[in-house]
Design a protein around this ligand. Structure first.
Ligand code: ZN
Length: 404
């Protein structure tokens, strides 16, 4: 039996509520002997840890450094090796674009090329979002369809946008046109199979047309595309776990991965960038859902910047709002990350991620704090990230006994 078949069979509806808080990239390495979690002053989190059970999880597997997409899929219970999905799909979904099984989605950047056709700025000087909107409007007006394939474009922010191509027989295995380097010409899109080659031909024509329309723009006189993919078949969270689930996340990619599994996206574009606004939204929506995923981004951003103090400070800011979250009395509360983003590495890493589960049915581990070291002593031990969701279901008494 597949695990999801087991979950479908034993999951039951009840009135208990689960809250999953993801502090993106929370796991870290010591700098001058302490990690950001250890350096932060977190009285509320410390108290919660002492009343919870702790452990560490591997989002994908030991030694594997996950992207945020696979990291989140794993936390939602989906094997990221089985459900692989391109960034284009996550961005498009996260921007609220509807995707059908006929569609191919990609992420786009406005860029600057010189008179020789070489990329001199992959981000077109990070043009303001307003200008991005104007350019997308212009492109959308002039390129509606290519060879019977419909073209949809949507602004993300600054230089970033999403592209969706909708038509018959389009394949999603198309290579990036973004050379990832300056001083090089953009790459030709190449399809891995016949259907994807058809997509690549449409992409080529799209780029040609767009380049003509953008020719007089400065600095956004070109565009680069990457992360092509089709929407993979993914069973919904509600169907597997019988949970009405909502997601609070401000960046499109996290909204996208939540949407992919069928969660409702709470709040509107651009809303809730601040911790306090996210907590307000959580309070407002709390009664409407049985499961809420709350995403906090900046712990990861500061890790990638190599900014130890800012990461510490953001953990402390989270600690300050924690009492407001606890006042909602979630029946089951989990706090973890989707991967580690250690300050010394300025990047995602393979290190296991601390996780805390709080419910009336935990064996309290006597942890003093929510840190990497205390988590290692916890009774949850080390487990694969996909095993978090079944444990949250169990703690919410939403799983029936298996077998007689
Ligand atoms: Zn992440």
């Amino acid at each position: 039996m597949e695990l999801f078949d087991l979950y479908r069979r034993i999951s039951v509806k009840n009135d208990k509520k689960i809250l999953l808080i993801v502090l993106d990239g929370i796991g870290d390495l010591p700098v001058n002997g302490v990690t950001p979690l250890e350096a932060a002053r977190t009285p509320n989190l410390d108290k919660l840890a002492s009343e919870s059970t702790l452990g560490l999880h591997f989002p994908v597997g030991r030694g594997i450094t996950p992207g945020s997409g696979p990291g989140h899929l794993s936390l939602f219970g989906y094997d990221p090796l089985k459900y692989e999905v391109g960034r284009g799909v996550l961005s498009a979904l996260g921007l609220g674009m509807e995707l059908t099984e006929r569609d191919v989605a990609a992420r786009g950047n406005f860029a600057t090329i010189d008179s020789d056709g070489k990329v001199i700025d992959r981000r077109a000087g990070r043009i303001p979002t307003d200008l991005n909107r104007k350019l997308i409007e212009k492109l959308s007006k002039e390129i509606k369809e290519i060879d019977g394939v419909e073209v949809f474009l949507k602004t993300e922010a600054e230089h970033r946008f999403a592209l969706v191509l909708r038509g018959e027989d389009l394949g999603g295995r198309v290579s990036d046109t973004d050379p990832q380097l300056t001083g090089k010409p953009p790459l030709e899109p190449v399809g891995e199979d016949e259907k994807s080659q058809r997509t690549a031909e449409v992409v080529k024509k799209f780029i040609e047309k767009a380049a003509k329309i953008l020719a007089d723009e400065h600095p956004a006189n070109f565009l680069l595309l990457r992360g092509f993919d089709k929407l993979p078949p993914v069973p919904s969270f509600e169907e597997i776990f019988k949970l009405k689930a909502g997601a609070i996340a401000s960046y499109p990619m996290y909204r996208g991965v939540a949407k992919l599994v069928g969660m409702e996206i709470l709040g509107i574009d651009g809303e809730g960038e601040l911790l306090k606004e996210k907590i307000e939204l959580l309070k407002k929506k709390w009664n409407e859902y049985e499961f809420i995923f709350l995403h906090i981004k900046k712990t990861d951003s500061y890790g990638e910047d190599g900014n130890f103090d800012a990461k510490v400070h953001h953990i402390e800011s989270f600690d300050e709002v924690l009492p407001e979250i606890l006042a909602l009395s979630p029946d089951v509360l989990a706090i973890t990350g989707d991967h580690s983003t250690p300050v010394p590495l300025k990047n995602h890493s393979w290190h296991p991620v601390p996780v805390l589960i709080h419910s009336p049915y935990v064996r309290k581990d006597d942890a003093k704090r929510f840190t990497e070291k205390e988590a290692l002593k916890g009774s949850l031990g080390m487990f694969r990230g996909t095993e978090l969701m079944p444990q949250l279901m169990a703690h919410a008494l939403k799983f029936k006994k298996f077998g007689a």
